[in-house]
Design a binder for this molecule. Structure first.
Ligand code: HEM
Length: 486
């Protein structure tokens, strides 16, 4: 009897507890939601525990669209909403004013913030990840070099010749997988400019393979098991790092680091500049940052240009006219200069429009350093914020017929204030001019000397990095009246 009454007591207690949990929790949850909503935390859904909505957010989609996830969330909650992405509570923003506010307040209200798995691959000195003084030091060194490259006659001449030799080799094959070839081309440019590695050097092939593995790892599930993309990326990173360290050591031993003339590469400049306040680890890391950021993005831009120009014969014709006008002022074999490029307004518009429509960089990662209120939106301290550029680029309230490739829309000067595919604020892409320079010299030879066609239906995909569904297979054919300037 005692046992039965004891059991009864325990059961009664459990029932009361469950009812209490059922009654209290939804209420506290409801209260919390009410408080958050009153504070201005955007609406949204947090999805599954831990993984939240990450997989739906990252689901590949045509890059000239915002994809199903953003479409559904923006129409349900508006273009700023909350979610749980990459394991943390997040505010996703497709509002250009909020995006701009976030980027302009770097290191004050917000800070660059990437998932741990990305940090492990990129390393602790990676420019994209570090804040404060180290970030400023790395940027200064990078910008000094990029600014000297864009006006270096030696580099311009190299670029000119490399472009011609690549196009010659493409012309000889029947079909080329352009997305792949563009990566090879931009990797060779970066390797020559950073480390004086020539295209024929076996280290160039290894570097390209390692960078491809490195990129795959950045978008993989971070499981460090033998053979996993994440594990391969960590190994590829170690190999790239050791190659750069080896070159550095060799130059130090042979005392070959004082070549700051036309033949000096980035490593030379860092090694011979006493005022370069970076230690050895930071120098190696910076070379790696520029190689990775410089090759993949520019290759994506070239592919977008080839794709959109093929679809828009009128734009191609107008671009050809502009390049021809500059070519007529040049001697045979003379390369374009940075000064020429700055004057080519239509060319610049074509590049920016390809980046707007193709969305090479879909979003960036930030974290709120404190509670922030802006335009009525509340972002709690410690939350991740994702300014999504694609949502602004494709917003029909901002751009008429947003998915149309139309460089003429850039004649409206206000476009530059709203759309900047190179980011903004303290982290504005330091490679902007280098990307424009490489893309323009490439376009110059392409549009003046070749016609091309896509041999297979294709389109750019955001996965969330840019790729082409079928690798962008092309057939290239020399123009009868070409202006080849060898
Ligand atoms: C079409 C080509 C390119 C596009 C669209 C692009 C886009 C961007 C964007 C949007 C950011 C800002 C990231 C953020 O705010 O977190 C960025 C940063 C960066 N980019 Fe580029 N980029 C391009 C080419 C290049 C090139 C050619 C280089 C190097 C030579 C480069 C090096 C970097 C570096 C080092 C950063 C980090 C800057 C920092 O955190 O201060 N990029 N890029």
């Amino acid at each position: 009897m005692e046992m039965i009454s004891g059991l009864f007591l325990v059961l009664s207690f459990l029932v009361v507890l469950s009812v209490a949990v059922l009654l209290v929790c939804p209420e506290s949850k409801f209260k919390k939601r009410e408080e958050e909503a009153a504070a201005g935390l955007p609406n949204g859904s947090m999805g599954w525990p831990f993984i939240g909505e990450t997989f739906s957010f990252l689901k590949p989609h045509k890059s000239n669209s915002i994809g199903t996830f953003l479409q559904q969330h923006c129409s349900r909650y508006g273009n700023v909403f909350k979610s749980n992405l990459f394991g943390v509570p997040t505010v996703v923003s497709g509002d250009f004013e909020l995006n701009n506010f976030v980027l302009q307040n770097e290191d004050k209200l917000f800070q660059s913030y990437y998932p741990k798995s990305v940090k492990d691959i990129l390393g602790k000195y990676c420019m994209m990840l570090v804040p404060g003084d180290l970030h400023k030091k790395l940027r200064t060194v990078a910008l000094t070099f990029i600014n000297s490259s864009k006006t270096s006659p030696h580099f311009l001449h190299y670029l000119h010749n490399l472009t011609i030799s690549f196009m010659d080799s493409w012309n000889k094959s029947q079909h080329i997988s352009f997305a792949k070839q563009a990566k090879k081309f931009t990797m060779h440019i970066m390797l020559k400019n950073m480390l004086n590695i020539e295209p024929g050097d076996p280290r160039a092939t290894q570097m390209l393979e390692d960078h491809i593995a490195y990129m795959k790892g950045l978008v993989s599930i971070p499981i460090n098991l033998p053979g996993s993309p994440y594990n391969k990326a960590l190994k590829a990173r170690a190999r790239i790092q050791s190659t750069i360290k080896g070159i550095m050591l060799e130059r130090r031993e042979k005392n070959e680091h004082v070549l700051v003339d036309d033949d000096g590469d980035f490593l030379d400049q860092m090694l011979s500049n006493e005022e370069c306040l970076l230690d050895n680890e930071e120098k190696v890391s910076l070379v790696m940052d520029l190689l990775l950021a410089g090759y993949e993005t520019t290759a994506g831009l070239l592919a977008l240009l080839v794709y959109y120009l093929f679809q828009s014969p009128e734009v191609l014709e107008q671009l050809r006219e502009e390049h021809l006008a500059i070519r007529r002022k040049k001697k045979d074999g003379e390369s374009l200069t940075w000064n020429d490029i700055q004057q080519m307004e239509f060319n610049t518009n074509v590049i920016y429009e390809a980046l707007r429509c193709g969305n090479l960089v879909k979003f960036v990662h930030r974290k709120a350093l404190m509670d922030v209120k802006y335009k009525g939106y509340y972002i709690p301290a410690g939350w991740q914020v994702l300014p999504v550029f694609t949502a602004v680029h494709m917003d029909p309230a901002i751009h008429q017929n947003p998915s149309k490739f139309d460089p003429l829309r850039w004649n409206d000067r206000s476009m530059r204030k709203i759309v900047n595919p190179f980011g903004g604020g303290m982290r504005l892409c330091p490679g902007t001019d280098l990307a424009k320079l490489e893309a323009t010299i490439f376009l110059h030879h392409l549009v003046l000397n070749y016609r091309w066609k896509m041999v297979e239906e294709d389109y750019p995909v955001s996965y969330p990095y840019l790729g082409f569904k079928n690798g962008l297979k092309l057939e290239l054919e020399p123009l009868e009246n070409n202006f080849l300037d060898e």
